[in-house]
Ligand binder design. Structure first.
Ligand code: PHE
Length: 474
């Protein structure tokens, strides 16, 4: 239950539609589903299995596979930290929108409102320029809530999660019903569902699909390993991996309908093509959802508040899991108090988040999201799969999975984790890396990409090695 709470979050409602939109709309669904079956689900089984077997957080679990691989766990944990630092900033936007909903403050130009009123974006890419007060407040509120929950232990989160996970389904259904009956909706939906096969030749679309699957399923961050480690060592794995993945994907897919139908409407209202309707993809949900809420015939503010409240609750369960992964790793290794570890993690992440909250922060956030989820998560996932498939051994791992699980996995699973997943992940990483140098991301100044992207991803590996070397327990 906590795992579903972790998986379902901003990734489904904020990130999936915008990544699909930037990577060719409907064309994106094909790599997405391929990614889910070739890497997402097999890797989730690996992570659940590892956690259940080793009963430890990610670094200590990898250390138990082989002492030399503790760094792999740390790498995942550091990526989790980098991720939650900007995740919390999007939660800060949600807090703001919760209050704007009460009066439908966004008016008719939801795009202008988001960029100028809420984010007060007035810097070129690379600038900072102060922090809007309400965003800062939202960020602080988020971190205070996270601190008090995690420092007390996260176990009861699962039960809460199960109650709130069905809610977005219902609310999205209401908004989808409204969206689908707006003029132009059909163009939006056909952009969403119509595959444009030429996009499938771009390695970056594939990398984005793998990145999104890992992001959405909470993989490659140590989260699923840590959560699984709290279960008894003979807990069921494979069935749970399927349930988590399908529940999560269902919500993403559904959110896509809602967002794209509204995009179609906005495109028609402004007289442009669907593909051109929003200039910055990253704020897509914050532009389209409010537009749909305003169009509800009845109790629009109420629905708006309910929607953003749900979004916040969903994202809290995800943020908790990310912080929990960091905290439990620190506690496992250095045996500091949980409270102290939580204080360190939350305050550092808050400080990093200040950059993303600034008046040029949207660009920094875009860069961080691109690098952390594409290069960070996918690279970690690749290394995890290789270490477990070759050093623990795919075959003993499968025997273990089958000894505890209801659904037994066949030989296909071994082939998947030994050959298919590593080669596709490696290939799309390599080719995208090449492309990245040929044609830099969004044509931002190069130094921004180096500082906000490369340095973080490469720095994470170096830091991971350092953590492995610094002595701790065992
Ligand atoms: N899966 C979460 C979401 O979709 C984000 C997340 C990523 C949480 C990685 C934990 C680990 O919003």
């Amino acid at each position: 239950m906590a795992a579903i709470g972790s998986a379902v979050g901003l990734g489904n409602i904020w990130r999936f539609p915008y990544v699909a939109y930037e990577n060719g709309g409907g064309a994106f669904l094909i790599p997405y589903f391929v990614a889910m079956f070739t890497a997402g689900i097999p890797l989730m089984m690996l992570e659940y299995g590892l956690g259940i077997k080793m009963q430890r957080s990610a670094p200590a679990s990898f250390a138990k596979v082989d002492k030399r691989f503790e760094w792999v766990g740390w790498w995942a944990v550091i990526v989790a930290f980098l991720l939650v630092a900007y995740y919390a900033v999007i939660m800060a936007w949600c807090w703001n929108y919760l209050f704007y909903s009460a009066t439908l403050a966004w008016g008719s130009d939801t795009h202008g409102f988001f960029h100028h009123q809420v984010l007060q974006l007035n810097q070129p890419p690379g600038g900072l320029g102060g922090i809007p007060g309400y965003i800062l407040l939202g960020l602080a509120l988020t971190w205070v809530c996270v601190f008090f929950t995690i420092s007390r232990g996260v176990r009861q989160m699962g039960r809460v999660a199960m109650w709130i996970v069905p809610l977005p389904f219902i609310l999205l259904a209401v908004l989808a019903a409204r969206g689908l009956t707006l003029p132009g909706a059909i163009e939006g939906i056909s952009y969403y569902l119509e595959p444009n096969f030429s996009q499938l030749l771009s390695p970056q679309v594939w990398l984005a699909a793998y990145g999104q699957v890992f992001f959405s399923l909470s993989l490659a961050t140590g989260v699923m390993i840590t959560y699984a480690s709290y279960l008894p060592h003979d807990s069921e794995v494979t069935n749970n991996a399927f349930i988590t993945s399908f529940a999560d994907t269902g919500i993403s897919f559904f959110a896509g309908f809602t967002i794209f139908s509204i995009l179609g409407y906005l495109a028609q209202a402004t007289g442009v093509e669907v593909a051109e309707v929003a200039t910055s993809g990253i704020g897509l949900a914050f532009v389209t959802i409010p537009a749909a809420i305003s169009k509800l015939p009845l109790a629009a503010p109420l629905f708006g508040m309910l929607f953003f409240l749900t979004l916040l609750m969903l994202s809290f369960t995800s943020a908790f899991s990310l912080v929990e992964s960091c905290v439990s790793s620190l506690v496992d290794k250095w045996q500091i108090s949980r409270r102290k570890a939580t204080l360190v993690v939350t305050s550092l992440a808050f400080l990093v988040g200040l950059v993303y909250s600034s008046r040029g922060g949207l660009y920094w956030l875009g860069i961080a999201d691109h690098w952390v989820s594409n290069y960070g998560l996918v690279a970690v996932g690749l290394v995890e799969a290789v270490v477990l498939a070759y050093f623990f051994g795919a075959s003993p791992f499968r025997t273990f999975l089958n000894s505890v699980s209801e659904i037994r996995v066949g030989g296909w699973w071994e082939i998947m984790v030994k050959f298919i997943a590593p080669s596709i992940l490696g290939l799309s990483l390599g080719l995208s890396l090449y492309r990245e140098f040929q044609q830099p991301y969004s044509e931002y100044p190069i130094w921004c990409l180096v500082v906000g992207g490369w340095l973080m991803v490469v720095g994470a590996i170096i830091l991971a090695f350092i953590f492995q070397r610094v002595g701790g327990r065992e």
